[in-house]
Every structure is written in structure tokens, then in C-alpha cells.
Design a protein around this ligand. Structure first.
Ligand SMILES: NC(=O)c1ccc[n+]([C@@H]2O[C@H](COP(=O)([O-])OP(=O)(O)OC[C@H]3O[C@@H](n4cnc5c(N)ncnc54)[C@H](OP(=O)(O)O)[C@@H]3O)[C@@H](O)[C@H]2O)c1
Length: 321
């Protein structure tokens, strides 16, 4: 065989592999983003418990999960740190779905281990069907690691990492005893590769991604669904530092659009972006970008997003004067 034949053969194998990956990805996307929308499961029955626990439920993605789970007939254990905002969400659910029960737990996840006894008291005696490990934080705007204070760094770890492990330990035994349940762990597309200026955030989300997927493998056959969610940009306080991520566009979702899509994927995908345009980004990042190229791009992109935002804020303030 000549060198040219060998190269042709290798090229064909490479193209065939790509075509196969693309076909499999398209089929998976159709299943989780199109067919999944057609089913309207009774969540309390499917997941064996009337209660859902949502951490970080007073804003953004968590608030929308609380609303949509209430809409689907779940009682909600609302966990966040601000009493007034918790009462607002409780009130909102009471007005929209009067039959739904809610209970509030006011805790600050940045305090670490000490808060979980209190949460355990509220969990006790409830059949928890769904746990949404949503609470998360990021430095707004992003900054270099050397600019982090020690307490800020610990807060990121306590909020983004420890909460996922500790909440799962509180809720999982009950689910295992009933042989049913779902745990949704909110990671991020930011967990794909390391991100300069968002280093602690992307590393904590990589933890969630790995922990969640390993757990889902360990729990295969137990009746419990563990879903790893990896959203791209969703308009919330977290994305407020960048104008481009503060208004809806093809890649930037509102919380309602995002959660409607992500919740439909719950029993159809163990690890997903949750929303098909984010799935397209996931495909580009995973299959086309290379780690170094991605890191160069983020290193260039983040400071320019921050600069644009600082300029916009300064211009708005100047106009007001
Ligand atoms: N938005 C995005 O583009 C995006 C993309 C990928 C992944 N995610 C992930 O999605 C999850 C939700 O993010 P989001 O954008 O919805 O954030 P968000 O709008 O900032 O909301 C965060 C929620 O968590 C609560 N919270 C924050 N720190 C807390 C603490 N120390 N103790 C208790 N509660 C606390 C907040 O309460 P307060 O109102 O009191 O602050 C709020 O209810 C996070 O895990 C995030 O990493 C978001």
C-alpha cells in the first residue's frame, strides 16, 4: 500500500467518525429537546415524593425552577439567604398555585457545614421527589485569582461545591428508601475547560459536573435520576456584567425559556446543556475548539466584556448628571 492510500484511508475513517458523531448528536438532541416536550409527566408520582427542594430559589434559574415545579404540582422547600426575597417567592407561588405548599429555609450557603443541621430539620419527614442543587455564585464582574480575598474564595467553594455534596447527602437516603427520585445538579458550560478570570468558578463547576455524572453511574438501576445540567448564558444577576448576556438572543436565554426546556429533559438526558442553542455551543466547545484555543479566546473575551460594561455604566451615569 502506498502512502497516498494510507492517508486516504485515514481521512475516510476520520470523516466517517465525524459523520457518525454528528448523526448521533442530532438524534440525541431531537430526543431530549423535541420528543421530551411532548410528555407531561406527573412529577410527584414519577419521582415518588410530593416535595421539591430548590437551593438558591429567590432569583434567576432557581426561582424559575421553583415556579415551574409548583406549576407541575410539587410542594416546594425554598432555600436561600434573603428572608424578604424568600417571602416574595412564597407569596408568588401561593397566588399562582394556591394548592401548593411551600416552606422557607433561610440559610447562607457560604457559611459552610454549620447550616446543614437546620436544613436537615426541614427535610425530615418530607417525601422529597426532586432536589435542584441550583445555588451558585460567581464574582461579578469576573477577576483574576490574585484579586480574590480569602473569604470570597471559601464562599465560592462552600456555595458551588459543598452545597451540592451536602444537600445530596441529606436527601438521597430517603430517595433510595423509596426507590425513586431526581437530583438536578446545575453545573455550567463553563465546566468544559479552564477559564481565565473565571478560574474558581469554572473549577467548581467542573467539580459539580464530575461529581454528578459519577453519582448517576453509581445509582444506575436504583430508580433515581441524577441529571447534570450545563447551561450556557441565561439572563440573570450572574450575567449582568456583560451587556451581550443581558438581553435575549439565539444563544442567550431568559430564565423561563431555559427552565421550560431544561425541565422537559429531566428524564431524557443525564448530562445536558438543557437548551438546544446551548447544546450547539456545547458541541462546538467539545468537538471543535481545542483547550488552548478556548482559553486564549476567554482570556481575550472576558476583559473586553467587562470593559464594555464599565464604559456603558460610566456613560449612563454621565447622562444622569
Ligand atoms: N446565569 C447563567 O448564565 C448561568 C450559566 C451557567 C450556569 N449557571 C448556574 O445556574 C445556577 C443559578 O444561577 P443564576 O444565574 O440563576 O444566579 P442568580 O440569578 O445570581 O441567583 C442565585 C440564587 O442563589 C442565591 N444565593 C446566592 N448565594 C447564596 C448563598 N451564599 N446562600 C444562599 N443563597 C444564595 C441567590 O440569592 P440572593 O438573591 O440572596 O443573592 C439567588 O436566589 C448557578 O449554579 C450558576 O452557576 C448560571
Amino acid at each position: 500500500m502506498e502512502l497516498q492510500d494510507v492517508l486516504t484511508f485515514l481521512g475516510l475513517v476520520w470523516v466517517a467518525r465525524w459523520v457518525l458523531y454528528i448523526v448521533l448528536d442530532v438524534v440525541a438532541a431531537l430526543r431530549k429537546f423535541v420528543l421530551a416536550r411532548l410528555s407531561n409527566d406527573n412529577l410527584p408520582i414519577k419521582y415518588g415524593g410530593k416535595w421539591a427542594v430548590v437551593t438558591g430559589c429567590t432569583d434567576g434559574i432557581g426561582k424559575e425552577y421553583a415556579r415551574q415545579l409548583a406549576q407541575r404540582g410539587m410542594n416546594i422547600l425554598l432555600i436561600a439567604r434573603n428572608k424578604d426575597k424568600l417571602n416574595n417567592v412564597k407569596q408568588l407561588i401561593r397566588e399562582e398555585w394556591p394548592g401548593v405548599e411551600t416552606e422557607i429555609v433561610q440559610v447562607d450557603f457560604s457559611h459552610g457545614r454549620v447550616i446543614y443541621q437546620d436544613i436537615a430539620r426541614h427535610v425530615e419527614g418530607k417525601n422529597i421527589g426532586i432536589l435542584v442543587n441550583n445555588v451558585g455564585m460567581v464574582s461579578v464582574p469576573p477577576k483574576k485569582f490574585v484579586e480574590f480575598r480569602e473569604d470570597e474564595a471559601w464562599s465560592h467553594i462552600n456555595v458551588n461545591v459543598a452545597s451540592v455534596v451536602a444537600m445530596t447527602q441529606l436527601v438521597l437516603p430517603g430517595m433510595l428508601a423509596r426507590g425513586r427520585g431526581a437530583i438536578i445538579n446545575v453545573a455550567s458550560l463553563a465546566s468544559s475547560y479552564p477559564m481565565p478570570y473565571l478560574g474558581i468558578y469554572s473549577a467548581t463547576k467542573a467539580f459539580v459536573d464530575f461529581f454528578s455524572e459519577s453519582l448517576s453511574w453509581e445509582l444506575r438501576g436504583s430508580g433515581i435520576t441524577v441529571q447534570t445540567l450545563r447551561p450556557g448564558a441565561v439572563i440573570t444577576h450572574m450575567t449582568s456584567y456583560a451587556e451581550q448576556m443581558s438581553k435575549p438572543s439565539f444563544f442567550v436565554a431568559t430564565t423561563k425559556t431555559y427552565v421550560t426546556s431544561a425541565l422537559a429533559t429531566l428524564s431524557h438526558s443525564g448530562r445536558t446543556s438543557g437548551y438546544w442553542p446551548h447544546g450547539l455551543q456545547e458541541f462546538l466547545i467539545d468537538e471543535i475548539f481545542n483547550r488552548r484555543f478556548y482559553m486564549y479566546m476567554i482570556e481575550w473575551l472576558v476583559p473586553s466584556l467587562i470593559k464594555a460594561e464599565l464604559k456603558r455604566v460610566a456613560e449612563e451615569q454621565a447622562k444622569k448628571k
